[in-house]
Ligand binder design. Structure first.
Ligand SMILES: [Zn+2]
Length: 237
């Protein structure tokens, strides 16, 4: 279900804590820009078209609106930059997304591979008040079930430098640390990771690699992962 539009006259950027009620689509745009940054991809309108599955004209229009409202700027290279208030807002949405994922996995026992999609809907409906209750219930967790840091948590643990699993040479043991938000949108690949137990904290050794596949040893079990999937699984050595 889509949320309600902001009912009052809209006078400018919302301050943190008072953004609830904005249109979910707007929140999705800002959150996606932050996710692209997290993936090391320059946020451009074309990337938003890919990731949000909406038309280029629709993206251009919403980007213009977000620019007008002071949430982002567009540079000469067509790269989008979040302003201070844009970043604050995007971070708040991403934080609620990751708290919602934990609620779904830990409390509601929804399968790990499915919680991202559900949380994409829930995140827009979580008020400041509900967020505070979630934090209390979940114990101010530092990371989501996919290993991504929860911004604003006092318990974020820095796992050190991360690199894509696809870049690890054969024979090198490593530990799965985080699954990119973009990969989480692909249910078939998430199921594959879940079934292979390639979850955050899991030790793996790359045993072989080709152009299309990365072959892994996961607790003595051989797992072949598409290389494209392994580029969005981040590990530490
Ligand atoms: Zn997610």
């Amino acid at each position: 279900m889509q949320g309600e539009r902001h009912s009052g006259p809209h006078s400018g950027p919302h301050s943190a804590g008072h953004h609830a009620g904005h249109h979910p689509a707007v929140e999705q745009y800002l959150e996606t820009i932050l996710e692209l940054e997290e993936s090391g991809i320059p946020p451009m309108r074309a990337r938003l078209v890919d990731r949000l599955g909406v038309s280029a004209p629709a993206v251009s229009e919403t980007v213009k609106r977000l620019e007008r409202e002071g949430y982002l700027t567009l540079d000469g290279e067509r790269v989008l930059h979040l302003t201070g208030s844009g970043r604050e807002y995007a971070t708040a949405v991403l934080r609620r997304h990751r708290l919602a994922e934990l609620l779904l996995v830990d409390v509601l026992k929804v399968p790990w591979s499915q919680v991202h999609e559900e949380a994409c809907r829930l995140e827009h409906a979580i008020s400041d008040n509900l967020e505070a209750h979630l934090v209390k219930l979940l114990g101010d967790p530092g990371a989501c079930p996919h290993g991504n840091p929860i911004p604003g948590s006092a318990n974020v643990v820095d796992p050190g430098p991360l690199q894509p699993l696809a870049s690890i040479p054969a024979g090198t043991p490593c530990v799965v640390r985080r699954i990119d938000e973009h990969l989480q949108t692909q249910l078939d690949h998430m199921l594959e990771l879940e079934q292979a137990r390639l979850l955050p904290g899991q030790r793996v050794t790359v045993s072989d690699g080709g152009d299309d596949l990365v072959v892994l040893d996961v607790d003595g079990v051989t797992v072949a992962l598409e290389r494209i999937v392994a580029t969005e699984v981040y590990v530490s050595l």
